[in-house]
Design a protein around this ligand. Structure first.
Ligand code: AMP
Length: 502
């Protein structure tokens, strides 16, 4: 039986790892020097079979922005009419549109292509690289997802793997995967805080590692915060510079803003090593006299740090919250484990100096730790059929009743698997089918709640005036969600969770 492939499909980069027949860890090679594949897909036509992935596609971000899709994971499994998509879609030069299923898709040469397909193309590419290096095909994989991924986002990642021809043996939260990797590396008993800041999301997770078993104590973070936001703030400074120096506004021009964003990312990465960089983006606008305007900006590391400081503070604040929820202080943490490419920024490490011990880049490659953790989980599953994981629900799950009242059913940080129920008291007389909306949200009042779907109360329940039914939700070890209506006398009905377009 072939090994299970661990795949980290990231907002910015994708990587894969596995253990060969001799128990040796392998990573899918991408270039001679690198094992990370840029999560970028370029479509030279509407034919997805002709799509190019990785570095070759990345170079098209300059020449063919409309047909080069990057950061697709940000929108994967999100409804097109959601607050999130409305807020972020204008920052990308490719066209995001609504797919037939209501989820966000891209428009390529007039054809609507789902983001599940785009993600599938990237996953297929890394799997092919792994298979070539291993000398055999892979049929099963462990996929990683951000701790705050919603039920629908998890489902979309599963479908993307399926479209690449793989069966998903397990899904694991990215910080948990990083901890698994870490647990294999270090002494048997530790309390660790995983600080995972990638291209699109931030997760902070406190875990207890004991004899290679990982128990999540608390998790938190920000699904809207990642390296891409750092780039946006720096690009905004460039736009301001153009405005003050040349009196032109480029903010409405998505093509120019994307180029400024790419220059910002390049500068940000360079300034992790250098102290100062001369940024130049040629031909961002035309002068009335006919000549061209270039952006020229000398950016120092110090200036960049002051630009991104508010974002770093948000990360540090989230860490404090998570620690507080676990009843711990920084000195209780044996090691702060830094995961995600954005943690390579020296300023982030220095801002976290109140944690006595940090993981070093030598031990833990911030970009590969998650894929390797997924491979370890794959190996555990092959050997013992059990994952050795104790994860928690990151996003509370709630129900919205007719009239808009909301009730929380599963609170944040509930260990999985779990089953929780809530009595549906005080409902209006049920004379017609009653739809109840299930949703996930860190903040009950937030507009950006993620709708899971709707359950409908059937006739037999509506006509029973003598019982108060409870709505029961169960989250499986793999975060699969099921719903039931139960009554004290033992009557119960499995409910179908309908994924409605609106
Ligand atoms: P990941 O999703 O883990 O691959 O992280 C990608 C993010 O890390 C992107 O926003 C990159 O710009 C950022 N990144 C990668 N390398 C560096 C670096 N050396 N310094 C700062 N940020 C980096």
């Amino acid at each position: 039986m072939h090994p299970i492939l661990g795949i980290d499909f990231g907002t910015t980069n994708t990587s894969a790892a596995w253990f060969d027949a001799h128990g040796k860890l392998k990573v899918a090679p991408v270039t001679d020097k690198s094992a990370v594949l840029p999560s970028v897909a370029w479509f030279p036509s509407a034919d997805t079979a002709k799509c190019l992935v990785g570095q070759a596609a990345r170079t098209q971000l300059i020449d063919d922005q409309k047909h080069t899709v990057f950061g697709a994971k940000r929108f994967l499994g999100r409804r097109f009419n959601s607050e999130y998509v409305a807020r972020h879609r204008d920052r990308f030069a490719f066209d995001l549109v609504e797919g037939a299923d209501g989820y966000t898709s891209v428009l390529i040469y007039g054809q609507i292509i789902s983001l599940v397909e785009v993600a599938g193309v990237v996953v297929r590419d890394i799997v092919a690289r792994a298979a070539r290096a291993a000398g055999h095909p892979f049929t099963h994989c462990v996929m990683t997802v951000p701790a705050h991924a919603s039920v629908r986002q998890r489902e979309a990642v599963r479908k993307a793997a399926a479209s690449a021809g793989l069966t998903v043996a397990a899904m694991v939260n990215e910080p948990t995967a990083a901890a698994l990797f870490y647990a294999n590396l270090r002494s048997p008993r530790q309390t660790v805080l995983i600080f995972d800041l990638g291209g699109g999301t931030f997760d902070a997770t406190v875990m207890r590692v004991e004899n290679r078993v990982v128990k999540v104590l608390a998790t938190g973070g920000d699904a809207f915060l990642g390296g891409g936001n750092f780039d946006e703030l720096i690009a905004e400074t460039f736009a301001q510079r153009l405005e003050s120096e040349h009196g032109i506004s480029v903010r409405h021009n998505r093509t120019v803003m994307q180029r400024l964003g790419l220059a910002a990312e390049f500068a940000k990465i360079q300034l992790s090593r250098a102290e100062v960089l001369d940024v130049r983006v040629p031909v961002v606008a035309q002068k009335e006299s006919g000549g061209f305007i270039d952006l020229q900006h000398r950016l120092t590391r110090q200036e960049m740090e002051s630009i991104v400081a508010p974002l770093v503070e948000r990360c540090v604040g989230s860490c404090d919250d998570v620690l507080q929820r676990a009843g711990l202080t920084p000195t209780d943490i044996d090691e702060l484990v830094l995961v995600g490419g954005q943690t390579r920024m020296p300023y982030i490490r220095s801002r976290l100096s109140h944690f006595p011990r940090h993981s070093s880049e030598k031990d833990l490659n911030p970009e590969l730790g998650v894929a390797v953790g997924a491979a370890i989980l794959g190996r555990n599953l092959r050997r013992t059929k059990s994952s050795g994981l104790n994860d928690v629900v990151a996003m509370p799950m709630s129900v919205m009743l007719v009239g808009g009242r909301t009730l929380e059913i599963i609170p944040a940080n509930t260990p999985v698997p779990c089953t929780k129920s809530i009595a549906l008291e005080g409902l209006p007389p049920w004379s017609a089918p009653v739809p109840l909306v299930l949703f996930e949200s860190l903040d009950q009042t937030a507009v950006d709640r993620e709708i899971i779907g709707t359950v409908h109360i059937s006739e037999e329940w509506r006509t029973r005036k003598d019982v108060v039914p409870s709505l029961e939700l169960s989250v499986g070890p793999d975060f699969a969600l099921t719903a039931k209506l139960v009554a004290p006398g033992g009557m119960q009905t499995q409910l179908q969770i309908v994924d409605q377009r609106r």
